[in-house]
Ligand binder design. Sequence first.
Ligand SMILES: Nc1ncnc2c1ncn2[C@@H]1O[C@H](COP(=O)(O)OP(=O)(O)OP(=O)(O)O)[C@@H](O)[C@H]1O
Length: 317
Amino acid sequence: MENVNVIEASNLTKTYDGKGGISNVTLEIGEGIVYGFLGPNGAGKSTFVRTMLGLLNPTGGEGKLLGEPIGKPESREKVGYLPELFRYPDWLTGRKLLESHAELCNMPVRGRKKRIEEVIELVGLTGRDHEKIKGYSKGMSQRIGLACALLNDPKLIFLDEPTSALDPIGRKDVRDLMLYLKDQGKTIFLNSHLLNEVETVCDHVSIVHKGEHIVQGEWRQLMMIEAQVEIVIAASSNQYMNQLPEYVKHHEKKNDEGELTRWTVQMEKQEQVPALISKLASVGVPVFEVTPITPHLEDVFMHWVNQKEEGAYVDNL
Ligand SMILES: Nc1ncnc2c1ncn2[C@@H]1O[C@H](COP(=O)(O)OP(=O)(O)OP(=O)(O)O)[C@@H](O)[C@H]1O
């Protein structure tokens, strides 16, 4: 099967009287990807999504959803959207809201009831769907919003900060739902300011900051901002650790564990890790353990923001 891009943006820009918004976003997202659009409040995430959905007119560039130019109603036919701030008529019950949504999106009458049951179950509102939205908690409101976004069985789903109003259990439920949708082959575009949320569910990530598209790539690769490892060696080899090769930027003894000692060693690149291990082995240092140290998520984020500010070309890793 031909691999079609589900989302395409080319220098897409939307500013408000020349200010704010988001500028020059270029990206391509294939089918079945969970894509994280990560940035702090005000970075331009909602502006980008609303522009892609044709709710705002771009001030520059182009975009396509499922092969159709943005702005055309066809581009939205198989798209679901959970806005960040939404208000539904709260005198309706959850079920009535879904029924009116089914009407709005022209769902065939046959099969509607079944689909409504399905989404109610999917978002965990079974048994609460006959209650008025007025009495829903924040978490339940978010769930009914998700149910609306999924009702038409979309191929592509935009979720704008879907867990920001939720407690840890609610967050986990939404995360599990995203993973379930991914398993179903859906493409998900997730706006989030939560590093940890993006890390848990997204394969690919864009980092956005102050209206700028900073970097994009596989999250695994974006995380490799430095190569830091913990090494456990025989205590008798400690002396050698003061004569490490030049590419070792920093090293520090963590603790003594009887016959063994634990060190942290920092290099510039991941590729230098095997070289260091060979070097240690070649001079007879017994290495018992080498464990990569994952950088803090905040450090990863700031690393890429600083790179951009220093003018480095960091697009498309
Ligand atoms: N309608 C508007 N008129 C003027 N400026 C706007 C408008 N909407 C957004 N902005 C500005 O554009 C920038 C990006 O806002 P946007 O809401 O897209 O960011 P965001 O990353 O989604 O943040 P948040 O998660 O807080 O909504 C901000 O500086 C914001 O003040």
